[in-house]
Design a protein around this ligand. Structure first.
Ligand SMILES: Cc1ncc(C[n+]2csc(CCOP(=O)(O)OP(=O)(O)O)c2C)c(N)n1
Ligand SMILES: [Mg+2]
Length: 326
């Protein structure tokens, strides 16, 4: 597994990465609270524990690049730059939510920042990134497309078909496996014969790299290399980010199947703690770290209050954006 030396990040960059991870963490604390109080119906899939993956990768992107992600996608869409209030509004089903309140927690989308969608069908979105990358290649825009998906997607047909095509056509796409050790409730070894998922890159003619997905600096370093390779026309990269979801699969899952001690071991490697450790090693004072956290909490609190004040969609809006007029 690759880790990055501390010298690869400046204090300012690290504090910004930390702020973004705090915002996602606080955002989901609020979401969890809303669901538990039945303010929102249905289910939600929290990203807590995995924040460094999206924040690290998107820090290597630029305007015009695109991403997709799974139903565990709050963190990715926020990391890509979607506004906190409109993301909250979407989860609450408000008219000013990112998708007009029609998508909800599992479908956050914000084309204006390149977040092409969150997908509930496992593996469904890999071809979409490949299409976006093909378009970028044909148009010569220099844009790259990043697909974030779980370890559970690697045995789905689209994974193999997409990686193969991307490898053959040397498309500017980056495949990021967020390996959180479980597909729904199944430990990865019960569904996958070779659990070294990064090795699969070789089969499709691209580098495959296993990285520490809880270390935002290591993730950003690996993503930068992959992005440069893609922009230079050398094709795709497969990154396997080792990480852990700190709660169950969805809000309905108490995750009692986890072996004793596993959660604690990963909590000790919480991405926020690791980033703070890195910051202290760079000479950042604890007061400054606390201020970053408090500002993030405030921004999230304000965004939540704003979204709660928004109107529900008008009943007549229910067919808008559903049918394409002939
Ligand atoms: C094609 C398909 N098959 C099955 C499901 C049911 N399902 C929902 S989540 C999930 C597990 C996915 O695990 P993983 O890809 O590791 O993502 P994680 O939940 O760990 O983030 C499954 C099998 C689905 N949504 N789509
Ligand atoms: Mg998983």
């Amino acid at each position: 597994m690759t880790t990055a030396p501390p010298s690869t990040v400046s204090q300012a960059d690290l504090l910004d990465l930390l702020r973004r991870m705090h915002e996602i963490r606080f955002f989901e604390d609020t979401v969890k609270d809303w669901f538990s109080r039945s303010l929102v119906r249905g289910s939600t899939h929290l990203y807590q524990g995995q924040e460094a993956v999206s924040v690290g990768v998107t820090a290597a992107l630029r305007s015009g690049d695109t991403t997709t992600c799974t139903y565990r996608g709050h963190g990715t869409v926020l990391a890509q730059g979607a506004p906190l209030d409109r993301a909250f509004g979407e989860i609450l089903g408000k008219a000013d939510g990112l998708c007009g309140g029609k998508g909800g927690s599992m479908h956050l989308t914000d084309f204006s920042v390149g977040a092409l969608g969150s997908f509930a069908i496992v593996g469904a979105h890999l071809p979409i990134n490949t299409g976006a990358a093909w378009a970028a290649q044909l148009l010569g825009t220099g844009a790259v497309s990043v697909s974030f998906f779980g370890d559970g997607a690697v045995n789905i047909g689209t994974f193999h078909e997409t990686l193969n095509l991307a490898g053959v056509w040397k498309l500017p796409v980056i495949f990021v496996i967020e390996n959180n050790l479980y597909g729904e409730y199944s430990p990865i070894a019960t569904t996958t014969a070779n659990t070294d998922l990064a090795e699969r890159g070789t089969s499709y003619g691209m580098p495959g790299l296993r990285i520490d997905g809880n270390d935002v600096v290591a993730v950003r370093e690996a993503a930068r290399t992959a992005v440069q390779r893609a922009r230079d026309g050398h094709g795709p990269t497969l990154l396997e980010a080792m990480t852990y979801r700190q709660s169950g699969h969805s809000r309905a899952d108490p995750a009692t199947y986890r072996p004793d001690g596993e959660l604690d071991a990963w909590l000790a490697r919480d991405p926020l703690l690791l980033a703070e450790e890195r910051a202290r090693a760079l000479g950042v004072h604890q007061d400054e770290l606390d201020a970053v956290r408090d500002r993030a909490a405030m921004a999230v609190q304000e965004a939540a209050a704003t979204a709660l004040s928004w109107k529900d969609p008008a009943p007549e809006a229910r067919f808008d954006d559903v049918w394409t007029p002939r």
